[in-house]
Design a protein around this ligand. Sequence first.
Ligand code: XLS
Ligand code: NI
Ligand code: NI
Length: 438
Amino acid sequence: MAGDFPDVPKIEYEGPKTKNPLAFRHYNAEEVVVGKTMEEYLRFAVAYWHTFRGMGVDPFGAGTMLRPWEADEDSVDNAKRRVEVAFEFFTKLGAPYYCFHDRDVAPEGDSLRETNANLDAVVAAMREHQDATGVKLLWGTASLFTNPRFMHGAATSCNADAFAYAAAQVKKAIEVTHSLGGENYVFWGGREGYTTLYNTDMKREMDHLGRFFHLAVDHARDIGFTGQFLIEPKPKEPTKHQYDFDAGNCIAFLKTYDLDKHFKLNLETNHATLAGHTMMHELELAVSAGMLGSIDANRGDLLLGWDTDQFPTDIYLTTRVMLVVLRNGGIGSGGFNFDAKVRRESFEPVDLFHAHIGGMDAFARGLKIAAAMQADGVFEGILKERYASWDSGIGAKIEAGEASFADLEEYMLEKGEADANASGRQEMIENIVNDYIV
Ligand code: XLS
Ligand code: NI
Ligand code: NI
């Protein structure tokens, strides 16, 4: 079977000493870490849009990617051909999942009816390949930002017809996701935001967004789709200000519109940094609200201010992510989706393998390092000691709701001064973390 990646064998685990670039050094699908195999724990997914539709276009230049299977004109036949290539890639890589937007997989037609028919034809091919290979769908979504009709947004557009079109599109995308056994459905607010407030009725737009999500929840219930709905925060790009700004903002929005029981968050590393946060911050916030749903695994670049969507290879980053995920008891029905693209200078098909191998190895390593720290109770001990004043005495009373302002005043008048503070020991803790990064 030569296939479309004739020089790439099935990628195998060869251990840290191997010199073979087309092998895993740390990701060993069958290896058990914290009670589950790495494959079950990490649930890696390939992003169809970057890996099979990204051509390396940037604002300054044309596509650079060498993709011999792409025809000049986009057609349903070529889309089906691409599905073959994609499943060969997933299988050789050993990725258990993939994710897609409706418009990544099938071309648009001249009308919504025709577009839906194109999508159905390609989805049938995807279903066949899923059945033949065992590769599963982590999540589906709809592109509500590519077509010019969505220039002002989709659910938050000033044009009610754009809202209606988006609703029809999402209805279909949820149905398709359901029919492929998708485990989640994602809403990333493509152009749900504004470019200038002078022409924007913010309250009305946010009400429309809330309405849109309720309609999606209702439809999922009607068709029996029980997958998890996820919102993916991002602060800007393409609009100047996106409504789903960050985890904190999304949680507040979901609670305000009585949607919090239906949604969790799909957090993306590069979106966290665009919002001026770290990924660990976003994860912590989601975990504390019981809303960590899934992860779009990538990274930004320190010197570039935009969503560069690079593959994650930074071991400190993956370790921090895995520390929070471990504390959460895993990622549930979510997974680690490589919402990442190869650089436009890495234009050969084999570069797609190098990129994903690196990302999977970096997360496998992060998982092992975080698991070792957890087994040694490193942070448990540090936190226990740091918050000890809350475990008894006045701290325990406050936590139990048994102390009023008057009680606390009396307590402090009696005592005269607060107990001395202890050192935060940040540098010592950073040194301990370094001891585990091997
Ligand atoms: C864009 C988003 C997008 C979502 C899916 O920045 O990350 O790729 O993950 O619509
Ligand atoms: Ni994303
Ligand atoms: Ni992104």
